[in-house]
Design a protein around this ligand. Structure first.
Ligand SMILES: NC(=O)c1ccc[n+]([C@@H]2O[C@H](COP(=O)([O-])OP(=O)(O)OC[C@H]3O[C@@H](n4cnc5c(N)ncnc54)[C@H](O)[C@@H]3O)[C@@H](O)[C@H]2O)c1
Length: 364
């Protein structure tokens, strides 16, 4: 099996889908790894390290895509990459098709076996390949939010932790899953006042026990969200309905009533966003102001910390990559139900029901 590792080309992306250490394991198990030159450089890995780990280098992305049976990526293929896809090829990467109907159509048209990291399931119904990036995005959301609260970025000038004798900033986190819980941890660590909302009361119970009254937990419903948002400095959107478009949990009217200079970080933007006024931004221009509120919605936040993100991502993908190499892709999919849950497109069709519902079609 030839595994192709192209350089990521999404704006500001610094991650790579394979470290030299994963490359060493995959080649030892019998795979051939074809890596685009300098693909690992932005994450701190040189071509020489990959060569020492058994990889061959290709001068262009086109050569990688042309030769590989399995393309291993980080972000979804972009328009410039559509033409490289080979009929019948397999791609293992984040796809987020609910927010990407154009890509879904391309994968169907080109008969691509599209396996999405974000829908691969663990035995307990968790999403092990989404988890590490969500943890990173949750942690980053607080440091970015704190940054854009600064006056020179149009923020209200609130310091999240305050100082003795002043009110700390109020951080409201909607969604208490992987990203939300890590946002809560960072915000509480900075000394902010924290409110977290979720539909799942078990998650709220866990956080309540962990923080022993240091944070406020609320069941997510329109009244509680409206109340919390009306008094917040930093709002974090961190909800997920697996594979589906994110539900809108904060209306434009609620945003309009936020304090001037407040900040929204909508982590869920990769699934379409959960705040009515949000639209995707990029690392080049991460923030826009609407109704006096700074909106941040970069779909690939972990790219900001390419080294840590690459380590976090590949430690999660490693067992799956090794299984695919050892068993072959078809046998691995047949024998591992959790990996099979990752299949979003196959045989010219969208085969993941929630994704088909979200984009409104199941074949091109
Ligand atoms: N922007 C980025 O760079 C980036 C990076 C990583 C992950 N993400 C995205 O962040 C989002 C969250 O991922 P996660 O791993 O934290 O998901 P998760 O499944 O761990 O948590 C999501 C939580 O949302 C809750 N939820 C669902 N509907 C809700 C509602 N109406 N109100 C309140 N809570 C609700 C669920 O009960 C769950 O606890 C996903 O869209 C994921 O793809 C984005």
């Amino acid at each position: 099996m030839i595994i192709g590792v192209p350089r990521e080309i999404k704006t500001g992306e610094k991650r790579v889908s394979m470290t030299p250490s994963l490359c060493r394991r995959a080649t030892a198990l019998g795979a051939k790894v074809l890596l685009e030159k300098n693909a690992g450089l932005t994450a701190g890995f040189t071509d020489a390290e990959y060569k020492a780990a058994g990889a061959s280098l290709a001068a262009t992305a086109e050569k990688v895509w042309r030769s590989a049976d399995l393309i291993l990526k980080v972000k979804e293929p972009l328009e410039a990459e559509y033409g490289h896809m080979r009929e019948g090829q397999a791609i293992f990467t984040y796809l987020h098709l609910a927010a990407g109907p154009a890509l879904a159509r391309q994968l169907c048209r080109r008969n691509i076996l599209g396996i999405a990291y974000e829908t691969v399931e663990g035995n307990d119904g968790s999403f092990p390949l989404l988890k590490p990036m969500s943890q990173i995005a949750g942690r980053l959301a607080i440091q970015l939010g704190a940054y854009f609260l600064q006056s020179q970025y149009g923020g209200s000038g609130v310091l999240l932790g305050g100082i003795p004798g002043t009110m700390p900033g109020h951080v409201v986190v909607v969604g208490a899953g992987n990203s939300g819980a890590h946002a809560v941890q960072m915000a509480a660590g900075m000394g902010a006042r924290v409110t977290v909302l979720d539909l799942d009361t078990r998650k709220l119970e866990l956080l309540d026990t962990e923080y022993r009254g240091r944070i406020v937990t609320l069941v997510s419903n329109p009244a509680n969200i409206e109340h919390a948002v009306s008094d917040c400095d930093l709002l974090i959107g961190a909800v997920l309905i697996p594979a589906a478009r994110a539900p809108i949990v904060v209306s434009a009217e609620m945003v309009r009533r936020m304090r001037p200079g407040s900040v929204i970080v909508d982590i869920a933007i990769d699934q379409g966003g959960c705040i009515e006024t949000i639209r995707a931004t990029s690392h080049e221009k991460p923030v826009y102001q609407l109704h006096g509120v700074n909106h941040y919605a970069v779909p690939n936040m972990p790219a900001l910390v390419g080294r840590t993100s690459t380590m976090g991502l590949t430690q999660a993908t490693e067992p799956y990559v090794c299984m695919i190499v050892q068993k072959g892709l078809e046998r691995a999919l047949a024998e591992h139900k959790g990996l099979a849950k990752g299949v979003n497109t196959r045989g010219g069709r969208i085969v993941y029901e929630e994704v088909a519902k979200a984009v409104g079609f199941d074949r091109a």
